[in-house]
Ligand binder design. Structure first.
Ligand code: ZN
Length: 154
């Protein structure tokens, strides 16, 4: 496995990332999931599996994220599962776009930052281009999961 640069996790943002890494939210797999996906990044050994269950109104009522690999992917997966609860699939897609915009380093509004919540802290990863993939892997999985969900339900 190649040696990837370590993202220094200091300060408020670092604390948030480490908190999610050490205490991942919603790690328990969800049964009867409506949206599910798995993604793997062989470059650094990151893997993520996601499950979401929707209620009759199309809101996410149960979220599961199991990940392994570096601290960045594990934190990103935990934050994704956490923020997904109560949202619709379309809202989650919008959030995914906001997150990608932030990770590309494009200017984002304060409003977008509020919406991103803890995910906002992952912007520290931007200085390490090879690690951006780690932060994005759960979101790539999410998008694939949503695609599968839509093709099943159309
Ligand atoms: Zn990684």
């Amino acid at each position: 496995m190649p040696n990837l640069p370590d993202v220094p996790l200091q300060g408020l943002y670092g604390d948030l990332i480490l908190d999610h890494y050490r205490n991942p939210r919603h790690r328990t797999p969800v049964s009867h999931a409506d949206v599910e996906a798995e993604e793997f990044n062989p470059f650094c050994g990151d893997r993520v599996i996601l499950q979401f269950r929707l209620d009759g109104q199309g809101r996410i009522v149960e979220a599961g994220a199991q990940s392994e690999g570096c601290s960045i992917i594990q934190a990103s997966a935990s934050m994704l599962a956490d923020i997904a609860l109560g949202k619709s699939v379309a809202e989650l897609e919008r959030l995914s776009q906001l997150f990608r915009t932030m990770m590309r380093g494009e200017p984002s509004t304060g409003e977008a930052e509020d919406e991103l919540g803890d995910l906002h802290s992952l912007q520290v990863v931007r200085q390490f281009p090879v690690r951006i993939k780690c932060a994005l892997l759960p979101w790539t999985a999410l998008e694939i999961g949503i695609e599968g969900f839509r093709s099943k339900n159309s």
